[in-house]
Design a protein around this ligand. Structure first.
Ligand code: FES
Length: 106
C-alpha cells in the first residue's frame, strides 16, 4: 500500500496510506488532509484538489491531460511547474513515499 506524504503550508507533514488504483485525492480526503477540498469529487472540474508535487517525484507521474492542464489554469493558488490535480494522479506501488505540498488556498 503506497503512502503519500502531504506537506502543509506550515511545514507539517502527514503520511497517509492509499490504495493502488485510487487517486492521491481519494487518499487525502479519506485521510482528512486539510486543504484538499475536491469539490467535484474527482471529475477534473473544480481544481480544488491542487497540489505541488515534490520536484523529485514529478517524473514518476504520467503526463497530464489537456483537460487537467486547462483546469490548473483556474486554480486559486499560484500555478507552478510542479502543479497537478491530485484527483488525476492514480497511485501505483512505485509511488510509495511520494511527497506533495498542499497550496495555501484552493
Ligand atoms: Fe475536482 Fe480534482 S477533485 S478537479
Amino acid at each position: 500500500m503506497p503512502e503519500i506524504e502531504f506537506v502543509a503550508v506550515d511545514g507539517t507533514r502527514r503520511r497517509i496510506p492509499g490504495d493502488v488504483g485510487d487517486s492521491v485525492m481519494i487518499a487525502a480526503t479519506e485521510g482528512r488532509v486539510p486543504g484538499i477540498l475536491a469539490r467535484c469529487g474527482g471529475s477534473c472540474r473544480c481544481a480544488t484538489c491542487h497540489v505541488y508535487v515534490a520536484a523529485e517525484w514529478v517524473s514518476a507521474l504520467p503526463p497530464m491531460s489537456p483537460y487537467e492542464d486547462e483546469m490548473l489554469d483556474a486554480a486559486e493558488a499560484e500555478r507552478r511547474a510542479t502543479s497537478r490535480l491530485s484527483c488525476q494522479i492514480t497511485l501505483t506501488a512505485a509511488m510509495d513515499g511520494i511527497v506533495v505540498h498542499v497550496p495555501e488556498r484552493q
